[in-house]
Design a protein. Structure first.
Ligand SMILES: Cc1cc2nc3c(=O)[nH]c(=O)nc-3n(C[C@H](O)[C@H](O)[C@H](O)COP(=O)(O)OP(=O)(O)OC[C@H]3O[C@@H](n4cnc5c(N)ncnc54)[C@H](O)[C@@H]3O)c2cc1C
Length: 455
């Protein structure tokens, strides 16, 4: 069924797609529907490459719904020499998404100077460089705090970046890939991968146990922090070592007296680490973040100590933070190539590693996922499928219209299966996700979990 140009993408078309996948020959199977996998599948499908996109949970279940939700050049990376080109590319990508996605919006950031703050000359230099890399020539000036911030703030610099809803970007790519003819399946377990290109992939619908088997010339391993597991399943292993860095705790606060008009960054009085608060509409603000090395991609727990650290650091600058309620805590994991004792200083650049007919997509940022997806799709098309990737995409061609019943739309045109899928893909994200309530609504413990920290 077609409505407003969208092709139906619901639990029943999913069921048909799964049935149809059985015995099919695909060019590429993309494993993992985070931002990297979904954007790669979108580009491949747009280029006429027969593509299947698989996720064992919902689309955007992984890090791509648990980020800090900034589309930015990474001003902080300029402190770490040698990352100038990375920042330039990120800024270009930020501008691209600002002009082409309604889900990316400009946001003013104020860098607060406090007793524990940055060296203002270094900061001014960094901002100046940032403006040059952004194609502007702006000499940054400190603004006096004339009452807009609490007393602890001695002054501030201002600059502009952007924010987004990460899971919505993913859904945009998944729905675009679907419209371009890709088979997109959430909630499927991969039972086995055999062969060495072509591969035979056996999958099972985790909702009703239906099994399907298809072949594909090439695999794209876009399973983010789970890349090692998927590589092992494909029988190739990862040719690089990974450090898993839990990009830390984000606290979602609702503040009775209102929050901030702009995003702010400041240094913790406790250890000098850079923290941020980003307003998310109404009285809601996200405060983040910590960063810890972990051993397992499923280690999404965060501790009371981390929460106290964030609350103490923020309330030292903004005493009203003590009056805010913590409505949610969430955290995400990034795979970093190599071993890093200080993950905060490691490059966020993505790497494309090819072993046999498997293309592993590792790391990267939400902001420059288009670049990552292009590199992955070219690795596939150049040497493996023999089919060329076209255009400069991936572009999000799917547009969600304003509709009277958004929940019905999510179910019929965006293949949301469980109530928590809808929560996570909306502005609420993991914020308002309560596993107990939503499991009951879903009639079992079928999905999700893992998103919230301790309760
Ligand atoms: C805390 C944190 C904050 C961040 N903030 C920002 C930010 O503000 N701005 C920015 O630009 N970037 C940010 N990033 C980086 C960005 O979020 C990541 O680069 C991006 O989300 C990675 O996407 P991905 O597609 O590689 O992985 P993921 O989003 O993790 O996707 C992997 C997918 O693979 C699936 N999967 C795993 N195993 C299997 C399997 N066996 N079979 C099928 N599917 C499987 C998972 O369910 C998941 O959906 C942040 C990262 C972290 C950790």
């Amino acid at each position: 069924m077609v409505s407003g140009g969208a092709r139906e993408f619901s639990s029943s078309t999913r069921k048909e797609a799964l049935r149809d996948a059985d015995g099919q020959v695909f060019d590429v199977a993309v494993v993992g529907a985070g931002i990297n996998g979904s954007a790669t599948a979108n580009l491949l499908a747009t280029s006429g490459i027969r593509t299947v996109l698989l996720d064992r949970r919902d689309f955007a279940y992984g890090t791509s719904s648990r980020s800090s939700k900034m589309i930015h050049g990474g001003l902080r990376y300029l402190q770490q020499g040698g990352r100038v080109m990375e920042v330039r590319r990120l800024l270009r990508e930020r501008d691209y998404w600002l002009s082409s996605s309604g889900d990316v919006v400009r946001m003013r950031f104020d860098l607060l100077l406090t007793e524990h703050g940055w060296n203002r000359h270094m900061l001014a230099f960094g901002l100046f460089l940032y403006s040059l890399l952004d194609g502007r020539f702006e000499v940054p000036r400190v603004k006096d705090n004339t009452g807009e911030y609490p007393e602890a703030v001695r002054g501030y610099f201002t600059y502009w970046d952007a924010v987004t809803h990460d899971a919505r970007l993913v859904i945009g790519h998944v729905c675009s890939a679907w419209q371009m003819g890709a088979t997109c399946l959430n909630y499927v377990d991969i039972l086995s991968i055999s062969g060495s290109g072509p591969y035979t992939v056996r999958i099972r619908d985790s909702l009703d146990g239906q099994v399907a088997e298809f072949t594909c010339t090439c695999l794209v391993n876009a399973s983010g922090p789970w890349a090692g597991d998927v590589a092992r399943m494909a029988g190739v292993g990862l040719p690089v070592s990974l450090t898993l860095s839990r990009g830390g705790m984000h606290l979602v606060l609702t503040c009775p007296g209102g929050t901030l008009r702009n995003a702010v960054a400041f240094r913790s009085a406790i250890d000098g680490r850079q923290l941020f608060m980003v307003p998310r509409g109404g009285n809601t603000v996200i405060l983040g973040t910590t960063e810890v090395k972990v051993e397992s991609p499923d280690d999404l727990e965060c501790s009371r100590e981390e929460e106290m650290y964030l609350m103490d650091s923020a309330s030292a600058v903004f005493p009203w933070v003590r009056q805010c309620g913590v409505v949610a805590r969430y955290t995400g994991i990034r795979p970093l190539i190599g071993s890093h004792s200080d993950p905060g200083r490691a490059s966020r650049d993505s790497s494309i590693v090819v072993t046999g007919n498997v293309v592993h997509v590792l790391g990267g940022k939400l902001t420059d996922h288009r670049v990552t997806a292009r590199r992955a799709a070219r690795a596939v098309s150049g040497g493996i499928t023999g089919k060329r990737v076209s255009g400069s995409g991936p572009d999000i061609v799917y547009r969600r219209p304003a509709v009277a019943d958004p929940v019905d739309w999510d179910r019929r045109y965006e293949c949301a299966i469980f109530p928590e899928d809808i929560y996570v893909r909306r502005e609420g994200g993991w914020f308002f996700y309560d596993p107990t309530v939503h499991r009951e609504l879903a009639g079992g413990d079928a999905a999700g979990g893992g998103g919230t920290c301790y309760s």
